[in-house]
Design a protein around this ligand. Structure first.
Ligand code: HEM
Length: 396
């Protein structure tokens, strides 16, 4: 079965599995707040942390969906289910969700029907996808070359740094402006603490996007605040963080939880490229240094930016990336160009069924990024000189 047909088939199956038809029929309000944005956390969708043998990984969204039975509680999910359920439960745009899902094949079983992948756990699964999908400078996860390779659990120190950016009262709102301040700190920490820090184009894209997803997908919504607000308690719940009586924060692996009375984004306002492009530009106004792709070349604090012009055959420069939507253009183009290459590099020469699956996944990512680029006027980038990345130990 072709990948697109597979997605369609499993989409239908998973819609029936997770949401009764009435769930969709009741969704009539477009562009404003509707009570139907509330996500059910009772009955079949009650919170249940992972039991022995259940897998959880670096993504708080997938972990939370697993803990609430929106995807299988054992943490092994079909690719198409991860895509459709991210869209239904959190309002992740289908373009972004498909792109994310395509990346998950690095940790997937390409020979099994439906392309199951584990949302965490080793040796396969999302936790083991460093530099293909999992990247350095995540909002709360450690870099791969720190913490003995534990790049999947929350590092409480990083969470606390984010948490402390707002007052601990109901006025707290961890919006995109707050996340932009957080990524600045995280970037400097990677330079200062990770000797093999690598911040290539794909890694930069994931670092920016995962920061934006915190508010973009975890924010609560109400009639008074239809554009979303993200208070400390909601943030902590989605991250599996608790506060002790003395105020100390602690994390329990795999305890990410959708809060009671949580309302997702409006159906008419999914978080896809249309929303992300202006958010990327706004984040980069606050944190332009993130655009300086490169890495530590010889231990901590040896950050060496790459020559963007050489890398892109003169199409972009470090300066032009900051103009208009060029940064978003570059990120989506780089994903389109680099993804097939990385995939083939990881999988080696593949044949038969797997080859067909890989081609299908590449096609689905290309079509997702093409739709992301469709609304933008971009400089034409058709190739990238990857040899300039060889200077970074973290690239290898
Ligand atoms: C097809 C669906 C998805 C896939 C394959 C996926 C995969 C991943 C992976 C591999 C990471 C680790 C990235 C890194 O550390 O560099 C990650 C992080 C993240 N994901 Fe997802 N994800 C998906 C859907 C979602 C959804 C629905 C949410 C909703 C909240 C979400 C929110 C996040 C956030 C906020 C992070 C950053 C975690 C942190 O470091 O604090 N993702 N995701």
């Amino acid at each position: 079965m072709r990948f697109s047909a597979l997605i369609t088939a499993v989409t239908h199956a998973s819609l029936c599995f997770a949401f009764p038809p009435s769930y969709f029929e009741r969704r009539t309000t477009l562009g404003t707040f509707s009570i139907d944005q509330m996500i059910d956390v009772n009955g079949a969708h009650a919170f249940q942390p992972p039991q022995s043998g259940d897998l959880r990984g670096p993504c708080p969204g997938l972990n939370a969906m697993s803990n609430h039975g929106y995807i299988p509680r054992n943490g092994i999910v079909l690719l198409a289910d991860a895509i459709t359920q991210s869209n239904k439960v959190f309002g992740l745009g289908i373009d972004a969700s498909t792109a994310a899902g395509a990346m998950a094949v690095f940790g997937a079983d390409l020979l099994a029907p439906g392309i199951p992948f584990s949302i965490g756990g080793r040796p396969t699964g999302l936790s083991g996808t460093h530099n293909q999908f999992e990247s350095d400078t995540s909002p709360t996860r450690g870099d791969f070359y720190q913490f003995n390779g534990n790049n999947y659990d929350v590092q409480v120190r990083y969470f606390k740094e984010l948490y402390d950016l707002q007052p601990q009262d109901p006025s707290a709102n961890y919006n995109q402006a707050v996340l932009a301040r957080h990524i600045k700190t995280r970037f400097q920490q990677s330079i200062a603490e990770n000797p093999r820090f690598f911040h290539g184009p794909v890694q930069m894209a994931f670092s920016i996007i995962t920061h934006l997803l915190v508010f973009g997908l975890m924010a609560n919504h109400s009639a008074a605040q239809p554009d979303g607000f993200l208070q400390g308690d909601v943030l902590k719940s989605f991250y599996g963080i608790a506060t002790a009586s003395d105020g100390t924060l602690s994390y329990t692996h795999g305890h990410e939880r959708i809060p009671d009375n949580w309302y997702r984004r409006p159906v008419s306002d999914e978080y896809g490229s249309v929303r992300a492009v202006p958010d990327i530009a706004a984040l980069l106004l606050v944190a332009p240094e993130i655009l300086a792709m490169g890495g530590n070349s010889n231990g901590t604090n040896t950050y060496t930016p790459l020559n963007v012009s050489s890398f892109t055959g003169g199409v972009y420069s470090a300066e032009s990336l900051l103009v208009g939507n060029n940064a978003a253009c570059f990120l989506f183009q780089a994903l389109t160009i680099l993804f097939p290459d990385v995939l083939n590099g990881v999988l080696g020469v593949v044949q038969g069924v797997v080859q067909g699956v890989v081609q299908g996944v590449i096609a689905s990512l290309s079509s997702a990024t093409a739709s992301m680029l469709a609304g933008l006027t971009c400089p034409q980038l058709t190739s990238i000189d990857k040899s300039v990345l060889e200077q970074y130990p973290g690239y290898k």
